[in-house]
Design a protein around this ligand. Sequence first.
Ligand SMILES: Nc1ncnc2c1ncn2[C@@H]1O[C@H](COP(=O)(O)OS(=O)(=O)O)[C@@H](OP(=O)(O)O)[C@H]1O
Ligand SMILES: [Mg+2]
Ligand SMILES: [Mg+2]
Ligand SMILES: [Mg+2]
Length: 344
Amino acid sequence: MSATLAAERRVAVEAVLQACRVCQKVFNHLVAGETIIKDDRSPVTVADYSAQAVVNTYLAEHFPQDLVVGEESARDLQGEVGRALREKVLSLSNAVLRVPLTESKLLTAIDRGSYGGGPRGRHWTLDPIDGTKGFLRGDQFAVCLALIEDGEVRLGVMGCPNLPAAHLGQAAQATASPPGERGCLFIAEKGHGAFTRSLVSDVETRIHVSDTRDCRDARFCESVEAAHSSHSDASRVGQDLGITQDSIRMDSQCKYGCIARGDADIYLRLPASATYVEKIWDHASGALLVEEAGGIVTDVDGKHLDFSRGRFLDANRGVVAANARIHSEVLRAVQKVLQNPERA
Ligand SMILES: Nc1ncnc2c1ncn2[C@@H]1O[C@H](COP(=O)(O)OS(=O)(=O)O)[C@@H](OP(=O)(O)O)[C@H]1O
Ligand SMILES: [Mg+2]
Ligand SMILES: [Mg+2]
Ligand SMILES: [Mg+2]
């Protein structure tokens, strides 16, 4: 078994918790001008930038040699055009940092995420807010940080400030505001298991995927946005497997968290476009979490997700995550559906 990453785990947990605090300050309070649309037409908010600045500042302080593959760049915060956004991001970041950043250090911290990744050495990958659309809707989102060594994910930490702490029961919809405590942190270290805790207490509990053996008893956890994962193909897979339970629809890598703690049994990300290529920060921490909780994560061709290729998962198509008892049957159904030339 590999050596533990105790220092990296501690720093990653602290960094993600502070980034979650930033997100919580902004959650449900965004005003005009605090959200912009990027070139790829996806949204980014002051909280995404600030969470990236905060995590990267922690990483730079403790591991100055480490590189970071982060989702966001400081481009839209530069110069006169970016002034209002920059000032807001600076004040949000400095509210949680021990040593305040200057404007220029803020931009440097965000752009520490510009590394291209690849097969050798060690680097982090950061999605400062995964599920930005969920964040804007007041639903689920996650701060996702993972450590990759020689192309393998070794550590994953995921903060889910709006995820119910209790297991989602049979009828529960995570987006429908069930009562009770919210906020979960998920931690997985390769070869050492998967754990959850609240955002405010450091007591960790080991988690495991469900023990569902019969696919007819299984439940999907799936994307909210049909543009991110084909709902129609997922429904065909569900029919093939004889699934009758309603899916839990939820944004972000919280879906991996729900599979890892057994709230649901299957997460499918079925390509909705022939050209979209998944990004490593959208899957690194979540995939390790499910594997360390006893599940299996592959792409739709049954291949291991390959995090060694740079910023993109360009050797893979889609994602099939499920408990180990049913993964092969789910994969067979996915392949049958995707290979059917008659599907519209
Ligand atoms: N076309 C397409 N296909 C697949 N994936 C895409 C696509 N466009 C965007 N993205 C990425 O989806 C990330 C959010 O994924 P989610 O699982 O939260 O999607 S969903 O809201 O539940 O539908 C989202 O991550 P964030 O930008 O961090 O929110 C994007 O990286
Ligand atoms: Mg984004
Ligand atoms: Mg994302
Ligand atoms: Mg993001």
